[in-house]
Ligand binder design. Sequence first.
Ligand code: SAM
Length: 392
Amino acid sequence: MPNFHTSTLKKLSYPCTFGETTFVYEAHSARGNILVMASMGGEPMLIRIHPKKEGGFLVKGDKVTRPTQASFLQKVLIDFRDASEAKEIFSNIEPKKFLHVKPSPFLKEINFFANDFRVEREIWVEIGFGSGRHLLHQAKKNPHIQFIGLEIHKPSIEQVVKQCELQKIENILVVDYDARLFMEFLPSNVVGRIFVHFPVPWDKKPHRRVFSAAFIEEALRVLHVKGTLELRTDSPAYFEFSFSQMMQLFKAEISVKKNAELEITSKYEDRWRKMEKDIYDVVLTNEIDSQEITRLGTLCFEERVDFSKIRNAFKEELLRGDGFFVHFEELFEIDDTNGLIRLSFGANERNEKCYLCIHNGMISYLPNAILATKSNVAAHNLMKEWFNGICH
Ligand SMILES: C[S@@+](CC[C@H](N)C(=O)[O-])C[C@H]1O[C@@H](n2cnc3c(N)ncnc32)[C@H](O)[C@@H]1O
């Protein structure tokens, strides 16, 4: 994150414009932290100011409102430094370090699947593709299929996106998203195959496994009739666990193989084979046409609230529900009627970090397009109850 340290900062009078940036307001927390709302090129972003124990300030961009181009944030910080006549002690915001992210047509943000993705051909999904050997092989062999590759390990994602570009493979979309939560972004009955090859076994923390009853249920919904959910693993515990989860279905077609050969082996598979480990395949075939689901919308608050009551009642607080949570982290006051709350919330596996802006009694999210996934809706409802309890 671009940042600078300074010994002094002159207070700005808001709103004001300096260089290409408009500085809209400043907000203060009880811990002494300051947020400055800035805007450049139509994009709102927050700057955080932390007073340092030894004197002076650390000024940096806020991760939550990260702009589309890192260079925007660097420019905003340069404008803020100059407007507030800061005396830099350390800085990494100079133009020579401007970063330009080159978007890749193969790498998609999750919002793409919520808003723009259209099913034009059969989809096959690979979960945790790792080095991507299997995904790339299948995509080249099946050019009529749209592949979606899910991974959470950034170097693997970069490597596979690069391979798609180099090898001009145009039927793969890569997503950096937790596979346990991704299926709800897909329509029903559109997927032919879901590959889960050598998932992390999590023998000591089974709740972290990709496979669960809820995951199997969502997988069956997105699979068309005769579509398959295919697990390949070297872990007897994972095999038994997944098999028993499938057997709990009222009706199921399940096939099991031991030490079957595939056309392509992954790095993990090569390693296990050298160690002469057994490999298990469990394939669940979907037999049911599922109901359509409505497209995911975004979350919003309708009820009015009273910022002064919220400010008086606020304390850092963690609320938990079944599989989801809301963590109210810090409250920032702009004036008596306006402020922001920094919070994280959503599924235990993957949380959203954002601000709630309270402006003239209305609450909005910043960034504003928070997707209405099941866990986010549940957490949002918990927040609404929390606000209700304080304000009404
Ligand atoms: C043991 S590696 C196997 C990689 C590859 N399938 C292979 O056979 O070589 C497991 C991979 O799953 C990824 N992974 C783990 N949990 C995941 C999740 N919840 N969603 C998506 N990917 C996940 C990890 O980052 C890792 O790359």
